[in-house]
Design a binder for this molecule. Structure first.
Ligand SMILES: Nc1nc2c(c(=O)[nH]1)N[C@@H](CN(C=O)c1ccc(C(=O)N[C@@H](CCC(=O)O)C(=O)O)cc1)CN2
Length: 288
């Protein structure tokens, strides 16, 4: 039976460290502040935003909730972002995704408008470029959370063969770069990959980020491998499952993350860490 990697335990540790950093910043006269922009009323997004604001409150970070109607014009959203960029008391800005239907085509433009120093999601091309180059910058929260969890759990990354299933800009691609930065041998699989099960079976660390319930089955996992499930699939109003067939795979794997209760919790914890980093960088550049 696999070791269960509980997101709650690792998230608590990450938040504890971030909380200490917040206290240090406050002692220096800097009060970290996050602006969360949500457009429309997607129920799942509202839950995630609430969780982010709850975590801010726990750690003593100020959080502003900017809720805009679903029919907000792109220009209005851009104007709001510009105002937050110019406000020296705001250290972090995030726009909750997905944007509503009418704005979805402008997602790239909207994310690019955020000052890269305040881009606590790590989605801005400047931060993506820094990640690819291995330069300091704000890293995307979910993949950075997975890496931190492996480190805290004492699971070796260096020299491991990591196989990622999924090549999204938010998870798959940044995960590949973060693993490469830590000297893993990385394979990224996608919908056109041939013999995917055989490739997955080569993995010491298998990351599933496809968005398909139960996609990773026991025959795709090498005995003893670490399996990280980044999938969030709502299959009924109160039933959330990942991309991994948890019961069968946990008989084979050495370690596995559950859904819920896995890497989703680390996403929020790493966001707190990014807000701390942004507060330091923004204060250095804008002044306290
Ligand atoms: N601006 C952003 N938008 C989105 C991001 C993001 O990182 N930045 N990621 C996802 C949604 N998300 C955070 O925003 C997120 C998803 C899931 C969880 C989480 O805690 N999951 C729990 C289960 C929660 C539940 O029951 O619904 C778990 O896995 O245990 C946190 C954050 C897309 N949009």
């Amino acid at each position: 039976m696999a070791r269960i990697l509980s997101g709650k335990e690792f998230a608590a540790k990450i938040k504890e460290d971030a909380g200490r950093a917040v206290a240090e910043l406050k002692a220096e006269g800097v009060h970290p502040r996050l602006a969360v922009v949500i457009v429309g009323a997607d129920p799942a997004s509202e839950v995630y935003v609430r969780n982010k604001q709850k975590a801010c409150a726990e750690l003593g970070i100020i959080s502003d909730h900017i809720a805009l109607p679903a029919d907000t014009a792109k220009e209005e959203l851009i104007t709001r972002i510009d105002a937050l960029n110019a406000d020296a008391s705001v250290h972090g800005i995030l726009v909750q995704l997905p944007l509503p239907e009418g704005l979805r085509a402008y997602e790239e433009e909207v994310l690019e408008r955020i000052d890269p120093r305040k881009d606590v999601d790590g989605f801005h091309p400047v931060n993506v470029g820094r990640l690819v180059l291995g330069a300091p910058g704000l890293r995307p929260c979910t993949p950075a959370g997975c890496i931190r969890m492996l480190e805290l759990a004492g699971i070796p990354i260096e020299g491991a063969h990591a196989v990622i299933i999924g090549r999204s800009n938010i998870v798959g691609k940044p995960m590949g770069h973060l693993l490469l930065e830590r000297n893993a041998t990385v394979t990224v699989c996608h919908s056109r990959t041939q013999n995917l099960a055989a490739v997955a079976r080569e993995a010491d660390i298998l990351v599933a980020a496809v968005g398909r319930p139960g996609f990773v089955t026991a025959d795709m996992v090498k005995p003893g491998a670490t399996v990280i499930d980044v999938g969030i699939n709502r299959i009924a109003p109160k039933k959330l499952v990942g991309d991994v067939d948890f019961n069968a795979v946990s008989e084979i794997a050495g370690a596995i993350t559950p859904v819920p209760g896995g890497v989703g919790l680390l996403t929020v914890a790493m966001l707190m860490q990014n807000v701390v980093q942004a507060a330091r960088d923004v204060t250095r550049d804008f002044g306290a």
